[in-house]
Write a protein that binds this ligand. Structure first.
Ligand code: PLP
Length: 407
């Protein structure tokens, strides 16, 4: 299977100096740009000239130099021809999918995805004439069975939120491409670790709010794909990013760009610590799920897809059975042990803990939560890298023993 080296690929992007020779790029905050000659403006609108084609920048919803700098690095990281950044992960997903699907079209999607995306596909899109069938992401045949003549997209998260089911991206690529269907993968949980486009996926989407940013202080998103697809998204007449307008603030783009050089380092440390904690919990007999454990049903497929050296992600779950016990454990982890914070989101330097069924997956109807194996007591833990690892292991060990999840 082809492996991609995201860090090396990002090194090949031309370095962006600041306006005065600064080692970091300048932040271009202008909403609009001056053209020197009046005839240039209609030429830019007609698509005959642009920032890289004898023209100049025009308006920041269309092109912005700082947003472009970040997008170029993300495209290199993913190994795609081009990328565009958006104001949030959900706007990246909504824009990409609504660009591909029109009224009457159909999507086959993983049933274990972020609750907001589930609501977008299962509740909002049907009001716009786009239907979705949800299937188990580990069952490629289920995607085949659910496919209709009107199916335009297969949609999955590489590592599913929150159950940590692993999608077989190459198998889905093969199946999708048999029928001219596009595979769109949300890689929010596994940047650097899995490179879906290098495995054949057509479009990769991100919530940059999570690992890409890493500090829980911004909301942002990105779409990575071919030159043609990103061009469609930016089309003046029908482009979903252009016309729905989820434009990212250049100051936010700058902040994320500044954190990309250490994304690889961070992902390795998230993975190293999550692996150590998951291994200890497993030894204690606690109900832990982590794709790096040999006992995880998706372990082998994850290993076969993963790039060298970044591990198996910083995400693990603990199934406490009931919501009451999950809440008891969260209380101890935050307020007694100071292991991490009770907060939604993930990918931060601190550990973040939430009970998915009643929070970030609460949009998913109860019956469907049961079908996808989401227990009301499932704690999703995004493992951070603050504090000595031995202390973190000891903290969670004491906590799971105290609530009776291990002896
Ligand atoms: N994709 C995944 C896997 C997520 O977990 C989330 C948010 O939790 C999103 C997308 C949406 O991202 P945002 O909150 O940046 O819009």
């Amino acid at each position: 299977m082809p492996k991609h080296n995201p860090e090396q690929s990002m090194m090949n992007v031309k370095h962006e100096f600041g306006e005065h020779g600064g080692v970091v790029p300048s932040v271009e905050r202008a909403a609009t740009f001056t053209v020197v000659h009046p005839q240039t403006m209609p030429e830019i609108f007609a698509g005959e000239k642009g920032p890289s084609a004898g023209g100049c920048f025009l308006y920041s919803r269309h092109f912005n130099p700082t947003n472009d700098v970040l997008a170029r690095s993300l495209a290199a990281m993913e190994g795609t021809e081009r990328a565009v950044c958006t104001a949030s992960g959900i706007s990246a997903i909504a824009s990409a999918l609504s660009q591909i699907c029109q009224v009457g079209d159909h999507i086959v999607a993983s049933e274990t995805i972020y609750g907001g995306t589930h609501a977008l596909l299962g509740e909002l899109f049907p009001t716009m004439g786009i239907e979705t069938t949800f299937v188990d992401p580990t069952d490629v045949e289920a995607f085949r069975r659910a496919t209709r003549p009107s199916t335009k997209v297969y949609y999955t998260e590489a590592l599913g939120n929150p159950t940590l089911k692993v999608a077989d991206v190459p198998a889905l690529v093969e199946l999708a491409h048999e029928s001219g269907i596009k595979l769109v993968v949300d890689n929010t949980f596994t940047p650097m670790i899995i490179s879906p486009a290098a495995l054949g996926a057509d479009v990769v989407v991100y919530s940059m709010t999570k690992y890409l940013n890493g500090a829980s202080d911004i909301i942002g998103g990105a779409i990575c794909g071919t030159e043609a697809f990103i061009g469609e998204l930016m089309d003046l007449h029908t482009g979903r990013v252009m016309l729905l307008g989820p434009t990212i603030d250049p100051r936010v783009s700058f902040d994320v760009y500044q954190r990309l050089p250490h994304l690889g380092l961070r992902m390795r440390e998230h993975s190293r610590r999550a692996a150590a904690i998951a291994t200890r919990l497993f030894e204690l007999g606690a109900p832990v799920t982590y794709p790096g454990l040999a006992s995880h049903p998706g372990h082998a497929i994850f290993a076969s897809m993963a790039n060298e050296g970044c591990g198996f992600s910083g995400m693990l779950t603990l199934d406490c059975g009931t919501r009451a016990r999950a809440e008891e454990l969260m209380e101890i982890l935050q307020n007694e042990e100071r292991f991490g914070y009770l907060a939604v989101s993930l990918g931060a330097f601190d550990s973040l803990i939430s009970c998915s069924g009643s929070s970030t997956s609460s949009e998913i109807p109860q019956q469907e939560q049961e079908k996808m194996g989401l227990s009301p007591g499932l704690l999703r833990i995004s493992i951070g890298y603050t504090g000595p690892l031995e202390d973190r292991v000891a903290q969670i060990e004491r906590a799971v023993i105290k609530v009776g999840l291990a002896r």
